[in-house]
Design a protein around this ligand. Structure first.
Ligand SMILES: Nc1nc2c(ncn2[C@@H]2O[C@H](COP(=O)(O)OP(=O)(O)OP(=O)(O)O)[C@@H](O)[C@H]2O)c(=O)[nH]1
Ligand SMILES: *[C@@H]1O[C@H](CO)[C@@H](O)[C@H](O)[C@H]1NC(C)=O
Ligand SMILES: [Mg+2]
Length: 400
């Protein structure tokens, strides 16, 4: 009897759940999908670059995941890319689908582009929750996880009351406004934010968490970190561009160097080489690894690249992707994806651009010895190498 009833019950259950799901937002929990859908948008400190922003995505996606596990039907609204300091062309309002595969992102949590959110919601966001630290710093000298609404410390640099609505940057969308602005002092991680949202903000259909970088990961380099990271596959376009380049230009084994210049030359002067120093290390590595081809990923100015090529003097053949036909953002992820497939990778000290390549290589299964390397500063025979953050695929495995 039971065996006959169960399949029917399951069938009813799933089809009912299925009908209340909008296409593409598919995912587990039937209970969640019957709840009213709510939207969680987020933004990051305007000064942060593309690759730290990718890290913040993982933290927020884990907040959304936990809210959903608690039965709250949140959809993550993807913050358009734009106006980034490193993008020479200062492009704005770039959707995520240009760089990432939305279907893959959707496998971790349901996501929607900001443009599509505006179509269903209109330009008014119910509430901005502006994350900030505690004005008094850590009390008792130790880190305690907590969140409390407090007076705004610096939100007024970014938000301005206009009529009875708040103006803000809102990804350069001029007509977007928010009904309410609160500042939330927070010390904690993805789960701390999920707790705060569950306790305080579930009445709002749309909330925007600003300064998302204020929270940490639940477990840096742990299972939830890697689960989110693995869902961040690159777009078909990025795959096609990288594959086409490899097929024509990189027919033999190659090494990749990520040579971070520009602002790093000043901000990390002690830890990065000069162009001469980089050339010497590349020549040595080429011999040691017997790799004659170098894929050069760099934000260096043209004269620096020319200088490097001259110093390598034909002993190492230098290949670069021609960025002129694509956006700055696309060119940078194509560089990362080509480096992810190199036979040997060496990056720049403490660059999140290099870190994202490490992770891609871990996901692809390269040997850690060929991944977790960095260029040394001039005059150093050896230097401390990057931490080997190995992939974690088992939910039971703890990092800490
Ligand atoms: N095409 C290309 N762009 C690069 C390269 N290196 C840096 N860039 C540009 O500069 C940006 C790097 O800035 P972030 O993404 O903030 O990474 P980072 O500055 O290396 O690291 P943090 O400052 O520690 O976050 C990239 O997003 C690119 O726009 C490179 O090798 N190739
Ligand atoms: C490169 O190799 C030469 C010869 O083995 C050595 O003297 C030099 O210190 C090396 N340079 C670097 C930066 O490793
Ligand atoms: Mg940066």
């Amino acid at each position: 009897m039971l065996s006959r009833l169960w399949p029917l019950a399951l069938l009813l259950h799933t089809s009912f759940a299925g009908s209340s799901l909008v296409s593409n937002l598919g995912e587990e929990a039937s209970q969640v999908s019957q709840q009213e859908r709510k939207y969680l948008i987020y933004d990051v400190n305007p000064g942060e670059g593309f690759n730290l922003r990718r890290d913040v995505y993982m933290r927020i996606a884990n907040t959304v995941k936990q809210l959903r596990e608690r039965g709250l039907n949140y959809v993550l609204v993807l913050p358009p890319w734009g106006n980034l300091y490193h993008w020479q062309r200062r492009e704005k309002k770039k959707p995520w689908r240009e760089f990432f595969d939305l279907e893959s992102l959707n496998e971790f949590v349901p996501v929607i582009e900001f443009e599509d959110f505006l179509k269903v919601n209109g330009p008014i966001i119910d509430q901005v929750v502006y994350l900030q630290n505690y004005a008094e710093g850590w009390t008792n000298g130790h880190f305690e996880m907590k969140a409390d609404e407090r007076e705004c410390i610096s939100a007024d640099q970014y938000y301005l009351m206009e009529g009875n609505l708040w103006r803000g940057i809102f990804f350069s969308y001029e007509n977007v406004r928010a009904k309410k602005l609160v500042c939330l002092s927070i010390q904690g991680q993805s789960s701390t934010l999920a707790d705060a949202i569950e306790a305080k903000y579930t009445d709002s259909l749309s909330i925007m968490i600003d300064r998302g970088e204020t929270i940490l990961h639940d477990e840096f380099g742990g299972y939830s970190y890697w689960s989110a990271r693995k869902s961040m596959k690159y777009s078909k376009k990025v795959h096609e561009l990288s594959n086409a380049f490899k097929a024509t230009e990189l027919k033999e084994p190659y090494m990749c160097v990520h040579l971070r210049r520009r602002d790093f030359v000043r901000s990390h002067a002690k830890d990065i080489p000069s162009i001469e120093g980089a050339a010497e290390q590349i020549l040595n590595l080429s011999k040691e690894k017997t790799l004659k081809t170098l894929y050069l990923s760099t934000d260096a100015e043209n004269h620096e690249v020319e200088k490097l090529k001259n110093l390598l003097n034909g002993k190492v053949e230098v290949k670069r992707f021609d960025a002129s036909t694509v956006s700055d953002g696309t060119a940078s992820v194509v560089d990362q994806w080509i480096c992810a497939h190199s036979d040997y990778f060496i990056g720049t000290h403490l660059s999140t651009f290099s870190f994202r390549i490490h992770e891609d290589r871990e996901i692809l299964g390269y040997k850690p010895e060929a991944t977790f390397n960095r260029l040394c500063a001039d005059g150093e025979e050896s230097c401390e190498q990057p931490t080997k953050w190995r992939i974690v695929n088992d939910p039971k495995q703890r990092r800490w």
